[in-house]
Design a protein around this ligand. Structure first.
Ligand code: ZN
Length: 167
């Protein structure tokens, strides 16, 4: 049955439509049972400002986005409608809100995954240490360890964390 239904919705060329910031804020506010007034108070803006976000007239500024991120426990990238595919700048894995690292105070650190950066510290002190880990954990019957290592050896220098380490 599924194979008949599949062509109806499966279209690999179709880009996933990002939800707008305005819809996301409205949805989260509703989900948290807050009025525009209550949300405004929590992030130190006027009710009119919240109203303007929800009509799409304006987008919250960076400071307010941080407050909203903390309040609703979603990343800023999510609040902005996921304009970027976040990638861990240490190991290269694509990031979802559930795998994004956090600072010790609970705020998202959207640069890294939670396995590479935890409790305010980087887990791997050198690319070799990370390569050893990846080689052991990413390899399988179809992707042998030496290929895994070669792949990541080429990828890691492109990531910000290791770029910085070199300079
Ligand atoms: Zn990582």
């Amino acid at each position: 049955m599924l194979c008949f239904l599949l062509p109806l919705w499966y279209n690999p060329n179709k880009v996933v439509i990002n939800t707008d910031t305005k819809e996301i804020i409205l949805e989260l506010r509703t989900q948290y049972g807050l009025s525009q007034e209550q949300l405004a108070e929590k992030v130190h803006v006027t009710r009119q400002a919240v109203s303007r976000w929800e009509t799409g007239e304006t987008v919250p500024n960076t400071e307010t986005l941080k407050l909203l991120s903390g309040l609703f426990d979603v990343s800023i990238n999510t609040l902005l409608g996921s304009p970027r595919q976040l990638i861990c700048q240490c190991c290269g894995m694509p990031l979802e809100d559930s795998s994004i690292s956090r600072e010790p105070d609970g705020a998202f650190n959207e640069e890294y995954c939670k396995w590479c950066y935890a409790d305010g510290k980087f887990v791997y002190t050198s690319p070799e240490e990370l390569l050893d880990f990846l080689e052991g954990h990413m390899s399988n019957e179809t992707w042998p360890p030496e290929q895994v290592r070669a792949y990541f050896e080429a990828q890691l220098p492109k990531l910000n964390h290791w770029k910085q380490a070199e300079t």
